[in-house]
Write a protein that binds this ligand. Structure first.
Ligand code: QAP
Ligand code: CO
Length: 168
């Protein structure tokens, strides 16, 4: 297994639209294992392949406290099931140190493939529904900061750019 480098906002590579996975083979499963290792090490609860600069439609997630509920979504499709929306304080491994409230639909259906390539359907609620929408956004080149005011987004960008300069 291997730890992968996580791209950080405002890296333009985070704006890449990921391509569908055509065949769920061992190379995809190896990438998934490395994504889990990277997410658990961070630690985080969700990671999209886009964030590790692999532009394929793959998401890993684990909302448990003890790494006991790993979830994989390959080629995920989300359908919004009603008009209800709710706010949640979101964070992101690609926007480290910042949490802001984002409104999203509360009732959704998710269709995806699992790590064996078998299709499944889920009607998640709560944090799982929030997290899936956040991760699907990554596969479409979108970040949670895109939902904030331009002023807030600019503040976050400047602070992260300063951090990146200090690191270099
Ligand atoms: C996405 O985010 C998410 O700022 C997953 O310094 C988060 O795993 C969806 C993390 C909340 C919905 C709600 C963030 C780690 C992890 C940070 C994460 C940080 C270190 C974020
Ligand atoms: Co994120």
């Amino acid at each position: 297994m291997a730890l992968l480098e996580i791209l950080e906002f405002p890296d333009p590579r985070l704006r890449t639209i990921a391509k569908p996975v055509e065949t769920v083979d061992d190379s995809i499963r190896e990438l998934i294992d490395n994504m889990f290792e990277t997410m658990y090490a961070a630690p985080g609860i969700g990671l999209a392949a886009t964030q590790v600069n692999v532009h394929r439609r793959i998401v890993v997630m684990d909302l448990s406290e003890d790494q006991s509920e790993p979830r994989v979504f390959i080629n995920p499709e989300v359908t919004v099931l009603g008009d209800d929306e709710a706010p949640y304080d979101e964070g992101c491994l690609s926007v480290p140190g910042f949490y802001e409230s984002v409104d999203r639909p509360t009732h959704i259906r998710v269709e995806a493939l699992d790590r064996d390539g078998n299709p499944f359907t889920l009607e998640p609620d709560g944090l799982l529904a929030v997290c899936i929408q956040h991760e699907l956004d990554h596969l479409n080149g979108k970040l949670f900061v895109d939902y904030l005011s331009q002023m807030k987004r600019q503040r976050i960008r400047k602070k992260l750019e300063k951090l990146h300069r200090a690191r270099a």
